[in-house]
Ligand binder design. Structure first.
Ligand SMILES: Cc1ncc(COP(=O)(O)O)c(C=O)c1O
Length: 401
C-alpha cells in the first residue's frame, strides 16, 4: 500500500483567516443557503463600486492590440514612470528606477521577505494586521512579532511597545496606513515618531503598506517615505483597493533609500523579480490609465464607502454586546465583542453566526491571536440594504445567546 505524501511544515502552517472561513460558507451555499459575505475586502463583490471604465478600456485596448507578451521584469517603463511621478507627488524623490511592479502587494511582500530575511530575523508588524505579514516570514526561518495598537484609543500606535520590541534582529518594521483591519490613520507627527525609532537601528528598513491611501477619510494621510531623510522605506501600493481592481493582481513597491544602504538587498530583489518573469502586461496598461486619468470618480466612491461605514457604526452602537472604535480610513470595522461569554472564542462566534444566521465575518484572532482576539472584522462595502439585513441577523444572533 502506498503511503501518503506529506506537505512541507512550511505549507502546512500557512493560515489566511479571511479565506479560511469561506470553506464552511461554501458548504452552506452548496446546501442552498444564501450567505451574506462580509469577509473579504473586494469592492467588486458588491454593488456601486466597480472598476472605473477608462481603466477597463485601456486594459481591453492592450488585449486587442496584442500587447499580451512578457513585459520587462520590473514593469513597463511608462507605468514605472507614472508611479514614480505619483509617489513624487506625495512628497519624496521617487525615480522610475525605484519602482518595481508586482502581482499585487502580496507578491511584493513575498519578494521582500525572501530578499531580506534570514534564520532568526524578526518582522515587527502592527497587531492586529493583514495576515500575510505573519504567514510568510516564517517560510524563511524568521518570525513576526506584533507591536500593540491601542484598542481603546482608535487603535493608535503604541510607541512604547514598539521600542520595547526593537533590537538588531528586526530587519523590517511594518506600518499599514490606513490600517487593515482597524482603519487607523496615523498623523504626521506619529509617522515621525515611528521613523525616529527605526533610526536607532541601522539594520532596520520600514515597509509602509499604503494600499488604502486614497480611502483616508480623516485628511491625515501622509506618505511615510516623504518624512524619512535617513531610514530606508519601501512603499507598497497597487490597484486592488483605491483603483477597485483587485482581480487584476497588480501592485508595486517603491524604494526610498536616502543613505544608499539597500544596494545589496535590492540586487537580491531584482534577481527574484527577473526569475519570476513579469507582472501582467495588459493589466499594467489598465493601471496606467487609472494613474493618469481624472480622479473625480474616487471622491464619489469614497463618499459611498463613508456612508456605508457610518451606517454600520450606527447599527453597532445600537446593538448590546458589540462596540467599535471609529476607523479613519479603509473599509473595515474591527468590532469588539463585549459579552464575555461570546468574546471568549471569537472564531466560534463567527462560525456559529455563519451556521445560524448565514452572515460571514472574519474572527479577530485571525488578524492577531493576541491583539485581535475577542473581535471580528467586517467589510462595510455592501449597499446599505444588505448591511441592514446583515446587522438584523447579527443582532438576532447576539440577543438569542
Ligand atoms: C494591508 C493590505 N496590504 C495588501 C493587501 C493585498 O494587496 P494586493 O491585492 O495588491 O495583493 C491587502 C488586501 O486586503 C491589505 O489589506
Amino acid at each position: 500500500m502506498s503511503s501518503p505524501i506529506e506537505p512541507s511544515d512550511r505549507a502546512a502552517s500557512i493560515e489566511y483567516a479571511i479565506r479560511d472561513v469561506v470553506v464552511p460558507a461554501i458548504e452552506l451555499e452548496k446546501q442552498g443557503h444564501e450567505i451574506i459575505r462580509l469577509n473579504i475586502g473586494d469592492p467588486l463583490a458588491y454593488q456601486g463600486l466597480q472598476t472605473p471604465e477608462h481603466m477597463i478600456s485601456a486594459f481591453k485596448k492592450a488585449l486587442d492590440s496584442q500587447d499580451n507578451g512578457y513585459g520587462p521584469s520590473y514593469g513597463i517603463p511608462t507605468l514605472r514612470r507614472e508611479i514614480a511621478s505619483t509617489e513624487k507627488g506625495k512628497g519624496w524623490n521617487c525615480s522610475e528606477d525605484d519602482v518595481y511592479v508586482t502581482h499585487g502587494v502580496t507578491e511584493a511582500l513575498q519578494i521582500i521577505f525572501a530578499a531580506f530575511l534570514e534564520l532568526g530575523d524578526t518582522v515587527l508588524a502592527p497587531g492586529p494586521h493583514y495576515p500575510p505579514y505573519m504567514a510568510y516570514p516564517q517560510m524563511y526561518g524568521a518570525k513576526t512579532v506584533e507591536y500593540r495598537l491601542d484598542p481603546n484609543d482608535g487603535w493608535k500606535i503604541d510607541f512604547k511597545d514598539i521600542r520595547s520590541k526593537m533590537d538588531d534582529s528586526v530587519k523590517l518594521l511594518v506600518l499599514i496606513n490606513p490600517n487593515n483591519p482597524t482603519g487607523n490613520v496615523p498623523t504626521s507627527s506619529e509617522i515621525d515618531s515611528f521613523i525616529e525609532i527605526a533610526r536607532d537601528y541601522p539594520k532596520c528598513t520600514i515597509i509602509s503598506d499604503e494600499i488604502y491611501d486614497g480611502l483616508d477619510m480623516s485628511g491625515n494621510f501622509v506618505s511615510l517615505a516623504s518624512r524619512s531623510d535617513e531610514v530606508p522605506v519601501i512603499t507598497l501600493n497597487g490597484v486592488s483597493k483605491v483603483y477597485f481592481a483587485p482581480g487584476w493582481r497588480l501592485g508595486y513597491m517603491a524604494w526610498h533609500d536616502p543613505k544608499n544602504v539597500l544596494q545589496g538587498v535590492r540586487d537580491g530583489v531584482e534577481r527574484l523579480l527577473r526569475s519570476r518573469l513579469c507582472a501582467s502586461t495588459p493589466a499594467q496598461h489598465g493601471f496606467l490609465a487609472g494613474l493618469v486619468g481624472d480622479k473625480g470618480w474616487l471622491s464619489e466612491y469614497r463618499e459611498v464607502i463613508r456612508d456605508r461605514l457610518e451606517y454600520s457604526l450606527s447599527r453597532i452602537e445600537s446593538i448590546d454586546g458589540i462596540e467599535c472604535q471609529a476607523p479613519s480610513g479603509a473599509f473595515y470595522l474591527f468590532v469588539r465583542i463585549t459579552d464575555p461569554n461570546l468574546s471568549i472564542d471569537d472564531k466560534k462566534f463567527v462560525l456559529d453566526l455563519l451556521h445560524e444566521k448565514h452572515v460571514l465575518l472574519v474572527h479577530g484572532s485571525g488578524f492577531s491571536p493576541e491583539m485581535g482576539k475577542g473581535h471580528f472584522r467586517m467589510v462595510c462595502l455592501p449597499e446599505i440594504e444588505l448591511l441592514s439585513e446583515a446587522f438584523d441577523r447579527i443582532e438576532d444572533f447576539i440577543n438569542g445567546k
